[in-house]
Design a protein around this ligand. Structure first.
Ligand code: NAI
Length: 723
C-alpha cells in the first residue's frame, strides 16, 4: 500500500500510519479510498491482530502531525454526478467496514483532524488526542457550501446529540483538544507524543470493538425527532439555520434533512441518506461556485499562482513597518507570528511602544486560551523592535508603510526609508486610497515600489491586495507575494486605479444602499435586504463601520480629481449633512445611521427627517428584486474593473471579493455569479436596472461582446491557461 504503513507489535496491536506521499497534509485521494478497505480486510482476517491504532505519519515540525484535511480538490471540482456518488459512497462503505471489523480501533490524533480527517477518526471506537495548542478538530465543510459527507452528519449527532452537532457543523467551527474532550468528541487528551501509547493502552485494557450506535441499548443523546425534547431541537434548529442563512445555502437545508432522516435509521441506511443529500448538495451551483473559489482557487492563490515564475524564490527575514497605528500594529503582529524580525517605527517612542503593546495584548489572550505557550508568545514579541530610528531599517528585505493617509507624509517617509535600503529591497505602501503610481513619484527606485494593501483587523482578515504601479517591476511583485505567503495570507494582484479593486467595488454596495435610502426605503429594510443577499451586514451598517466622514472626504477628492466627469452619488447629500452639520461620523464616534450608545445599536431617530420613508412594506418579490439589485451593482463594477484592466484573473476577482468585502459567499464570487446567470441574461437585467435606476448599472461593452459571442469568464480563462 502506498498511503498506509502497517506495523504489528509483540502484543498483536497493528499501528496503521496514514501518510500520503508527496503531500504536506493527508487528503482523501482515490488511492486512499481504495486502500482503506484493503487494510481493514487484512485486520479482519489476521488472527494475530488484536486491535488497531490509526495515526498520521506527517511530520510534527512543519505543522502538527496531520491526520488529514479534507476531500481532494479533484473530486470536488468535478461535476460528474455518478463519479461523485461513487466516491462518496465508497468512503462511507470503507468507514463503515472499519467500525464493524470486529476488532477495537483507536485513533491516535497527533495533528489537525478537519473534515474527512475527523470523520475517519469518528469511525474509530476510541479517540486519543495530543494536547497540542495547534491541533483542531472540526467539520468545516459548510464553509465551502457542503456538509460532512463521510459519515459526520450521522456519527457526530449520535455521539454528542443533535443540537450540539448541528451547531458545530452549521458554523464549521472546530474544537481544540480539551474542548473536544468536554464536548464528548474524543475520549482522552494526552501529552503530545504519547497518543499512540495511550491508544494501545486502551486496547490492552479491553477496549470495546463496537460503536455505541451499534448496540441494542443505544439512545440518541438528547432524543431524536420523535422525542418531545428532540423534536423541539429540529423545529427550532431548522428555523434558526434558515434565518441565519436566508435560504441562500442549500447545504444547510440538506444537512438538516440528512440529520433528521438519518438519525431515525440504523447506521447503514443512515449513511446512504447522507450520501444522497451530499451529492445533491455537491451538484448545486452554490456548492460548485464556493468549492471552486473558496477551496480550489484560494489554494492556488495561496500557493503563489500569481507569482512571476522566473524570479527566484525569496524569504523575507527582516521587514520594517512605518507607522505603529491601527494598521501598522496589526501588520507587525502578523509578521512576528510568521517569524519575521520586525522594526516598528513611529514618530515618538511612546507611539511605537503602543504599537507593540497591541501584539502583546493579542498574545496574552492566546496564551490564556491555551492556543499558544508562554515561551512561544515571548519569542514572537521579542521579534518586534519599536523605535523612532530609521537607521534600524538597514538590512530589511521589505518595508511596509502605514503612516497617515497623506501624500506628502508618505513621500517624506519613502525618502527616509529608501536611504537605508539595500538595492532590491521592496517598499510597499498600505495606502487605502492613493494611487500607487502617484506615490511612486517620491521614490528613487519606482521599480521596487508597490502597494501592499491590508484589511482591518489585520490579524483576522485573510486577504492582501497587491497593487502595481506603472513602473513596478517583476522582482518586486514576486518578493511581495513571497512576503504575503510567508505571513499566510491570500494575495491578489491588481493594477492601479481609484480605489484599486476591493475598495472601489465594495463602495458600490454602500452607495447603492444610500440610493435606496434616498428613494424612500425604510432604513431597517435596506439593511435586512443587504443581509439577505448574503453580505455580512447591510449597506448602512457597513457605511457606519467604514466611517461617514471618510466617505465624504473621498467623494470630495474624487469630485476635485474628475471635475466635469464626476457623477454625484444619489443619497450622498444625506451623508454630507450628517457629517458636516450634525457631527455623525459613524461607529467611530457612536453616531451614524445608528446610535451605538446602547446595545444592541438602535436606528438614529433623526434619519427619517433627512430621508423620509415612503417604502416600508416589503413583498417577497420586492425583496428578491432589491437583493438582486445590490448584487448586480457590485458585479457590474467588477466587470468594469475587468474591462479597464484592474483585474484579469477570475480567481482573484472572486476570492478577493469574498475575502475583502464579504461579497455573498454562496454566489462563489461576482465573476462566478455572472457566469452562472449567463452573460446574456446578466446584461439584459443590468440594462433594465440602468433604465430604472441610472447609468451606474449599464454593463460595460466587454460584457455585451462576451454575451454576443456566448462566452464566459472562466471559459475564456481556461482557454488562456491552456494556450
Ligand atoms: P493610524 O492613524 O491609526 O496610524 C498612523 C500612524 O502613523 C500613527 O501612529 C502616526 O503616529 C504614524 N506616523 C505619522 N507620521 C509618521 C512618520 N513620519 N513616521 C512614522 N510613523 C508616522 O492610521 P491607520 O488606520 O493605521 O492607517 C494607516 C494607513 O493604512 C493609511 O494610509 C490608511 O489609509 C491605510 N489603511 C487603513 C485601513 C483602515 O481600516 N484603517 C485599511 C487599509 C489601509
Amino acid at each position: 500500500m502506498e498511503n498506509f504503513k502497517i506495523e504489528i507489535d509483540g502484543d498483536g496491536i497493528a499501528t496503521v500510519t496514514f501518510d500520503v506521499p508527496g503531500r504536506s497534509m493527508n487528503t482523501l485521494t482515490s488511492g486512499v479510498m481504495k486502500e482503506i478497505p484493503e487494510w481493514v480486510e487484512q485486520v479482519k482476517g489476521d488472527d494475530a491482530i488484536k486491535g488497531v491504532v490509526l495515526t498520521s505519519g506527517k511530520p510534527r515540525a512543519s505543522a502538527p502531525g496531520r491526520i488529514w484535511a479534507t476531500w481532494p480538490g479533484g473530486m470536488l471540482g468535478g461535476s460528474d454526478l455518478q463519479a461523485a456518488y461513487d466516491a462518496g459512497w465508497r468512503l462511507n462503505g470503507a468507514l463503515r467496514a472499519l467500525e464493524t471489523c470486529g476488532k477495537p480501533v483507536a485513533a491516535a490524533i497527533n495533528g489537525l483532524a478537519l473534515g474527512g480527517g475527523l470523520e475517519l477518526t469518528l469511525a474509530c471506537h476510541y479517540r486519543v488526542v495530543g494536547d497540542n495548542s495547534k491541533i483542531q478538530l472540526g467539520l468545516p465543510e459548510i464553509k465551502v457550501g457542503l456538509f460532512p459527507g463521510g459519515g459526520g452528519t450521522q456519527r457526530l449527532p449520535r455521539l454528542i446529540g443533535v443540537q450540539a452537532a448541528l451547531m458545530q457543523m452549521s458554523e464549521g467551527k472546530s474544537w481544540r483538544p480539551k474542548d473536544a474532550l468536554s464536548a464528548g468528541v474524543v475520549h482522552e487528551v494526552v501529552e503530545p507524543g504519547k497518543e499512540v501509547e495511550a491508544a494501545k493502552a486502551w486496547i490492552k485494557g479491553g477496549g470495546k470493538a463496537v460503536q455505541p450506535w451499534d448496540e441494542k441499548s443505544f439512545k440518541l443523546p438528547g432524543g431524536g425527532p420523535y422525542h418531545p425534547a428532540g423534536s423541539q431541537v429540529f423545529i427550532m434548529g431548522n428555523a434558526m439555520l434558515r434565518k441565519q442563512s436566508y435560504g441562500n445555502y442549500p447545504a444547510v437545508t440538506n444537512m438538516m434533512k440528512a440529520v433528521y432522516e438519518g438519525v431515525q435509521l440504523p447506521m447503514d441506511a443512515a449513511l446512504r441518506v447522507e450520501t444522497r443529500y451530499f451529492i445533491k448538495t455537491l451538484m448545486t451551483p452554490q456548492a460548485q461556485g464556493m468549492i471552486r473559489s473558496l477551496f480550489l482557487s484560494k489554494q492556488e492563490l495561496d500557493k503563489g499562482a500569481l507569482r512571476p515564475a522566473d524570479v527566484p524564490k525569496s524569504d523575507p527575514k527582516k521587514v520594517a513597518v512605518l507607522g505603529a497605528g491601527m494598521m501598522g500594529a496589526g501588520i507587525a503582529y502578523v509578521q512576528a507570528m510568521a517569524g519575521i524580525e520586525t522594526i516598528l517605527i513611529d514618530v515618538s517612542q511612546e507611539g511605537a511602544d503602543k504599537g507593540k503593546s497591541y501584539a502583546e495584548d493579542i498574545l496574552k489572550k492566546r496564551v490564556s486560551r491555551g492556543q499558544m505557550t508562554q515561551d512561544k508568545a515571548d519569542a514572537v514579541l521579542a521579534l518586534i523592535t519599536p523605535t523612532t530610528d530609521y537607521e534600524l531599517i538597514k538590512g530589511s528585505d521589505l518595508v511596509v508603510e502605514a503612516v497617515f493617509e497623506s501624500r506628502d507624509l508618505k513621500a517624506e517617509v519613502t525618502k527616509k526609508a529608501e536611504a537605508q535600503l539595500a538595492p532590491g529591497a521592496v517598499f510597499g505602501s498600505n495606502t487605502s486610497t492613493l494611487p500607487i503610481t502617484g506615490l511612486a513619484e517620491a521614490s528613487v527606485r519606482p521599480e521596487d515600489f508597490i502597494g501592499i494593501h491590508f484589511f482591518s483587523p489585520v490579524d483576522k482578515m485573510m486577504l492582501v491586495e497587491i497593487i502595481l504601479g506603472e513602473k513596478t517591476g517583476k522582482a518586486a511583485i514576486a518578493k511581495s507575494l513571497d512576503y504575503v505567503m510567508k505571513i499566510r495570507k491570500t494575495p491578489i494582484v491588481v493594477n492601479d486605479g481609484r480605489g484599486f479593486y476591493t475598495s472601489r467595488c465594495f463602495g458600490t454596495y454602500v452607495a447603492e444602499g444610500l440610493a435606496m435610502l434616498e428613494e424612500g426605503y425604510a432604513p431597517a429594510m435596506i439593511d435586512n435586504i443587504g443581509r439577505a443577499t448574503g453580505m455580512p451586514r447591510g449597506p448602512l451598517e457597513m457605511h457606519d463601520d467604514v466611517a461617514l466622514d471618510l466617505s465624504v472626504k473621498i467623494t470630495k477628492q474624487t469630485k476635485a480629481d474628475l471635475g466635469d466627469k464626476f457623477t454625484p452619488q444619489p443619497g450622498m447629500e444625506i451623508v454630507e449633512k450628517m457629517v458636516e452639520e450634525l457631527g455623525r461620523y459613524g461607529r467611530k464616534n457612536g453616531k451614524g445611521f445608528y446610535d451605538y450608545d446602547s446595545k444592541p445599536k438602535t436606528l438614529w431617530k433623526g434619519l427619517s427627517e433627512l430621508a423620509p420613508v415612503t417604502i416600508a412594506e416589503s413583498t417577497p418579490e420586492l425583496v428578491e428584486d432589491q437583493k438582486r439589485r445590490l448584487l448586480y451593482r457590485q458585479a457590474v463594477e467588477v466587470a468594469r474593473c475587468w474591462e479597464e484592466g484592474v483585474i484579469d484573473d477570475p480567481r482573484e476577482a472572486d476570492v478577493g471579493a469574498i475575502l475583502a468585502w464579504g461579497f455573498a459567499p454562496w454566489t462563489g464570487g461576482p465573476i462566478t455569479m455572472i457566469d452562472q446567470i449567463g452573460l446574456k441574461a446578466f446584461v439584459e437585467q443590468a440594462d433594465k436596472y440602468a433604465a430604472q435606476y441610472g447609468e451606474r448599472f449599464t454593463p460595460p461593452q466587454l460584457l455585451r461582446d462576451m454575451a454576443a459571442k456566448g462566452e464566459t469568464f472562466y471559459g475564456k480563462f481556461a482557454g488562456k491557461k491552456a494556450a
